[in-house]
Design a protein around this ligand. Structure first.
Ligand code: BES
Ligand code: MN
Ligand code: ZN
Length: 499
């Protein structure tokens, strides 16, 4: 999908379809829509008057122009009440248009004209929101569906603005939006990819490809390195699988100093069967997405490399499968993490924290000043927050606030859960320094506490995306399947650290 901006009257647009927005309970039309209404002999205002078009959020009405202008159709998308307008609603409205285009994508070229005039939003912001919403709503994952021989037509999304509007600002917003959306799409693709197509080695190859495209430094490390560093968590989880593990380190350098301002650590379990503590089979297929944290940090750093903020960032991904076999780790085993802490394995299904612990030790070894980890870590977090908000945990309230506000800007809700000292007792072990499961109660919190033990005094935020990494039903610009959460949050956070 290509985006263009043109100054003109939407009623004179020469493509096949026009999209506009209407607020709920607001009869006054914007100047562009008023002209369109005139061209259609007052059809829009009549439909509003008759209550056919209410302007309710995401309501869609199709009006056929019946030869009154070149476009054959006008799509009227409800934006809800003006007083309830949020940036995410603008994304969602654009997503409705993206979904319309997705349904129509075929062998013909489609040109769509869109006009949106809302007070209180900068054009650069509007451009970004529209572009993100349209691209992410348009998205579908079809890598494994046999393609028909027909070639797909091109789709052009023309934003039509009025004279006097700042066209450069609009264009800049669209550019920002497309970089962010492309990053989210990369993450979605990696998560949606079946585990037989997304092994640790393949994930590392994707990271290499992205590194060379965006000029990032990359190291892909193998088992000998993990042994040398003493990564007993990562090696322990990997030992049951025939697929060799990988440790991926991507680096973006935005300033001359060597210090690393932030490390983004992503859980990279390319398939989580639970290991010897095997999961029940229903829904196990979703565990191909247990590398959604890894996908998010890899994707985010590709966008960061394009925006070029003055910060140094590393993305760190411990990648392995978690499978049962004759060589697999057993419940009751004791492993030693990179920093020397020993862990009693209660459940081999609590594997994420083991690989994250080693990755966080490595981030600290690199001297990272701040750490954010992203992980599909616990079913408990999904039970607590569902698929709406991700859980956020931290040892540093100021840093956590920054991450939450980066999330707000991204339209990605992060909800704090208490990392109170009292919960820490639940992961004490009789036979080792820690145990890897604190049982069913407060499972998201005890998992976070486990990781906190390794972050220690480094400012650290943990995002549990087990509930939000995929949806089983579409919601706005989040389509069914992988969401690409929290790529936009991570991008915003790094951009905010640079200012
Ligand atoms: N990858 C899972 C968590 C998960 C569950 C992610 C559902 C996405 C959707 C994780 O490795 C896991 O198995 N966690 C266990 C931990 C328990 C054994 C302490 C869980 O949440 O049940
Ligand atoms: Mn697990
Ligand atoms: Zn897992």
């Amino acid at each position: 999908m290509d985006f263009e901006v043109a100054i003109g009257e939407v009623s004179r647009f020469t493509g096949q379809v026009i999209a506009i927005n209407i607020f709920e309970n607001e009869n006054r039309l914007t100047p562009q829509v008023k002209q369109l209404d005139l061209a259609l002999d007052g059809t829009i205002s009549k439909l509003i008057e008759q209550g056919e078009i209410k302007g309710k959020f995401k309501e869609i009405t199709q009006i056929f122009s019946m030869g009154k202008m070149i476009p054959t159709k006008v799509l009227v998308v409800g934006l809800g009440k003006n007083s309830e307008l949020t940036p995410d609603r603008i994304r969602a409205a654009a997503a409705e248009i993206g979904k319309y285009l997705r349904a129509r994508k075929g062998d013909t070229d489609i040109k769509l004209g869109y006009t949106l005039e809302v007070p209180g939003f900068e054009p650069s912001n509007l451009g970004q929101l529209i572009c993100e919403g349209a691209l992410l709503g348009f998205y579908s994952f079809k890598n494994h569906v046999s393609k028909s021989s027909e070639k797909e037509g091109s789709i052009t999304f023309n934003i039509i603005i009025s004279p006097g509007e700042n066209i450069d600002s609009w264009k800049q917003g669209l550019k920002t939006g497309s970089v962010c959306a492309e990053a989210v799409i990369l993450a979605r693709n990696l998560v949606n990819e079946p585990a037989n197509f997304m092994t640790p080695a393949i994930l590392a190859d994707v990271a290499k490809e992205q590194a060379s495209r965006y000029d990032l430094d990359i190291q892909v490390l193998e088992k000998d390195f993990m042994q040398k560093e003493g990564m007993g968590g990562l090696l322990g989880v990997a030992q049951g699988s025939a697929q060799p593990p990988r440790f991926i380190v991507l680096k973006y350098t935005g300033k001359i100093t060597q210090e690393i301002d932030i490390a983004l650590v992503g859980k990279g379990i390319t398939f989580d069967s639970g290991g010897i503590s095997i999961k029940s089979s229903d829904g196990m297929g979703d565990m191909k997405g247990d590398m959604a944290g890894a996908a998010a940090v890899i994707a985010a750093i590709t966008a960061i490399a394009q925006f070029k903020p003055a910060v140094n960032v590393v993305a760190i991904v411990p990648a392995t499968e978690n499978l049962p076999s004759g060589t697999a780790m057993r419940p009751g085993d004791v492993i030693t993490q990179m920093n020397g802490k020993t862990v009693e394995i209660i459940s081999t299904d609590a594997e994420g924290r083991l690989i994250l612990a080693d990755a966080i030790c490595y981030a600290k070894k690199l001297g990272a000043k701040n750490i954010v980890d992203v992980a599909t870590l616990t079913g408990a977090c999904r039970i607590a927050l569902g698929d709406v908000c991700s859980g956020i945990f931290s040892n540093d309230q100021d840093f956590m606030r920054k991450v939450i506000s980066a999330g707000d800007k991204a339209g990605e809700c992060l909800w704090p859960l208490p990392l109170k000292e009292e919960y820490r007792d639940l992961i004490k072990s009789d036979v080792a320094d820690l145990k890897n499961s604190g049982g069913r109660y407060a499972g998201a919190i005890t998992a976070a506490w486990f990781i906190a033990e390794f972050a220690d005094s480094t400012p650290w935020v943990h995002l549990d995306i087990a509930g939000t990494f995929m949806l089983d039903k579409e919601r706005g610009y989040l389509v069914k399947g992988a969401t690409g959460i929290p790529v936009k949050t991570l991008i915003n956070l790094v951009m905010a650290l640079a200012t």
